[in-house]
Design a protein around this ligand. Structure first.
Ligand code: NDP
Length: 328
């Protein structure tokens, strides 16, 4: 079967992504073939395309998608031909009209959600699931606790604002413009700081009456890391889960000493270690969406041919919320 897919043979700028015709075969044991309807666009795709994260070349791109099961390999029992499905998963290759992939990474998409929503919510929503529900400070998180969430108007960020509010957390957002701050507030942040204009660490101290927050969720990396540590209260938890502004330089343990801080650098894919774990996390996500507390909005849809523009938009910080590639 001839299909269209984004391929790259070397790391580099958006121009290294080329649309090619590829052959997609039948699924082997434990695999399914998906007729894809939409693929999620994620900042991690930029790290992989640009070489910040090394991937074996030549390669496809994309880790999140939704579509319909078209063929099922031997031994697959939880999915059938015709099922509407979604996933956030390795191997790389979601920017494609059809693909074969391990069935254990894929879950059924509730009928109430569109394919575009499925492709916009799995990687980002499952990330928020493990951040807010599993990556906890000493003593856990209770309603009323302050947390700081950077880049809160982004794809992961807008889901985090809503889910944190549902949990009763007092989320302090940062974002790169006043308009983005407004968006974070509309999605449930209690306060929003434009960190291009203001010193966010000073503002966080002020907002928390000098105490600091229990957890900082930092996906911005190099430019925010030091300030983030300053925002934590005693025994607080620093969650460094991305590096949109650059990789965080090595941190001496002495940087944690004054306040007895905890530091973790988690990855979604460690959490998605089995089909059962993936399903349990997806059920939690689908549940909070079904309750109405978290709405999955698709900010922008691009045709597959516009993939280079989609990456330029993300890298230039001009996007908010989640964007997808349309694949039909
Ligand atoms: P976003 O939509 O949040 O886009 C990234 C945002 O980072 C930008 O919009 C921008 O927001 C902010 N940013 C700050 N400094 C820079 C800079 N110098 N260059 C570019 N952007 C900058 O992306 P996603 O929702 O896809 O992902 C959010 C983050 O979460 C990413 O860093 C991603 O890698 C990470 N992530 C980590 C996972 C994990 O398990 N470890 C899983 C999923 C995502 P602003 O203008 O408001 O500053």
């Amino acid at each position: 079967m001839s299909e269209r897919a984004v391929r790259l043979s070397q790391a580099g700028g958006p121009e290294v992504m080329q649309l090619q015709t590829v052959e997609v075969g039948d699924p082997g044991p434990g695999e399914i073939r998906i007729r894809q309807k939409a693929a999620g666009l994620n900042y991690i795709d930029i790290y992989q395309r640009s070489g910040v994260y090394n991937i074996p070349m030549p390669s496809g791109l994309g880790l999140e998608g939704a579509g319909v099961v078209e063929a099922v390999g031997e031994g697959v029992t939880h999915l059938q031909v015709g099922d509407r499905v979604a996933y956030a998963s390795q191997p790389i290759g979601a920017y494609a009209t059809a693909r074969v992939m391990p069935a254990r990474c894929v879950v059924r998409l509730p009928d109430s959600l569109s394919f575009e929503q499925g492709a916009a919510m799995m990687l980002k929503g499952l990330t928020v699931q493990y951040l807010l529900r599993k990556t906890l400070p000493q003593g856990g998180l209770q309603a009323g606790d302050h947390v700081l969430f950077h880049a809160a108007a982004g794809g992961v960020g807008l889901i985090a604002c809503q889910w944190a509010k549902a949990l009763g957390l007092r989320l302090i957002a940062t974002a790169g413009s006043d308009a983005k701050c407004q968006l974070a507030l509309q999605h449930g942040a209690e306060v929003a700081i434009n960190y291009q204009r203001e010193n966010f660490a000073d503002r966080v101290k002020e907002i928390t009456g000098g105490e600091g927050v229990k957890v900082v969720y930092d996906s911005v990396g190099a430019s925010t890391f030091e300030g983030s540590l300053a925002c934590l209260r005693n025994f607080g938890l620093m969650v460094s889960f991305g590096n949109a502004s650059g990789i965080v330089p090595p941190v001496p343990t002495s940087a944690l000493a004054g306040k007895g801080l905890y530091l973790t650098r988690p990855s979604l894919f460690t959490h998605l270690s089995s089909r059962e774990a993936t399903q349990a996390m997806a059920d939690d996500l689908f549940g909070v969406v079904a309750s109405g507390h978290v709405k999955i909005e698709v900010e922008k849809q691009y045709p597959l041919e516009a993939v280079q523009q989609a990456h330029r938009d993300m890298e230039s910080r001009s996007t908010t919320g989640a964007s997808v590639l349309r694949l039909d």
